[in-house]
Design a protein around this ligand. Sequence first.
Ligand code: ATP
Ligand code: MG
Length: 433
Amino acid sequence: MAKEKFTGVKGMNDMLPQDAPIWQHVVSTAVEVLERYGYQEIRTPILENTRVFTRGVGEVTDIVEKEMYSFTDSMNGDQLTLRPECTSAVVRAVNEHNLLYGTTQRLWYWGPMFRHERPQRGRYRQFHQLGAEALGMEGPDVDAEIIMMLARMWKALGVGPVKLEMNTLGAQEERAKHREALIAYFEANKDVLDDDAKRRLYTNPLRILDTKNPDMQALVEAAPKLLDFLGDESRAFLNRLEELVSAAGIEYEINPRLVRGLDYYNHTVFEWITDKLGAQGTICGGGRYDPLVEMLGGKPAPGVGFAMGLERVIELMREVGNVPVRTQTDVYVVHHGGETQKAALLLGESLRDLGVRVIVHPGTASIKSQMKKADGSGAEFVVFATEDEMAEGCVSVKALREHADRTVAFAQQQKVAVSEAARTIAEALAALR
Ligand code: ATP
Ligand code: MG
């Protein structure tokens, strides 16, 4: 009988051990920056009641219309959805636990999100976002500070130059007027609209501006601009944001067509974009969503935040050649089995007591084949706990790699008393770091 083959779900990736260092590095670097700005972690479940997203993200968005993994819980009939984004879930949790009672919140999260899209470079069905939400603060100072924080993160991560585009979605009444003008404009040009646009004409005409259809570019280019409908307050908000971002020395461009895929935004929207990743060049999107807390049943409170796509960020780091190299083993211990194996295991423990990462060769094998494993492990030092050495109460230590800029201890194989071995090796390692 043919063996059954098992594969992962389409568009969902395994993170293999060789990729673990870069994922850990990206998250810990980002978190280190987030903490400098007073953000605290929040974790919400992968599953939410579907209403959290239909209400929070909006019924006529791409996400809710066609990208959500939703199902009925067969045990009790609940309508559930694998989270396609986390802002709605965070706000749901904040409301549920009264986290805005008499205070503000700066929160960050990271984890898998799920969207049923066509898998391609930079677009997956399970992907990972790291994001933050600042809740209960009016802005635009907070909006500007979030942008400063992101600029700092890009620098810390070494993603190379990324472009910041900003826009404003104004206030609700301004958007309503703009919306009327847009509908009138698109009605007058109905013959140019594609099916998607026709469908959105009365539900979400703003989203038509976001079209990727080349045949509609001229049309949307000339469409009425929200900027022309802004009142004094919205203009002042945008001006102050621009002033603060400029003062921090961050370059940006105002892109009047930037609308973002989610319904709940007002005032600030922004994206960070690279030209190094092809069509999926947006590594981070964010903006202000003052209506959301109330929409999800809370007492009205303003909010602003962002989410970055970690797969895209990591691919960009690879593209610019900035992937940290981190070996996984410091010391590899070889032995002759029996009593020498016991000694090897105990030496391993003493080394680990001192913070050293150790592999003790499993099982028994010739010293030659153990040496091959030692070399392949990336370890700096190999330790021989062989019968001859052990008979003398010693092990011997040998450096496995050279360091151009430093002299390395144990460049020549050398004996060390067992009682001294752990401390001596730990010191030799420390000198290389
Ligand atoms: P896009 O226009 O690329 O579909 P979006 O507007 O749907 O993006 P957001 O909902 O704003 O994306 O999510 C924020 C970030 O998450 C994006 O800028 C991107 O980096 C990342 N992202 C979104 N969808 C995916 C996906 N399917 N696969 C990988 N990363 C994604
Ligand atoms: Mg999308």
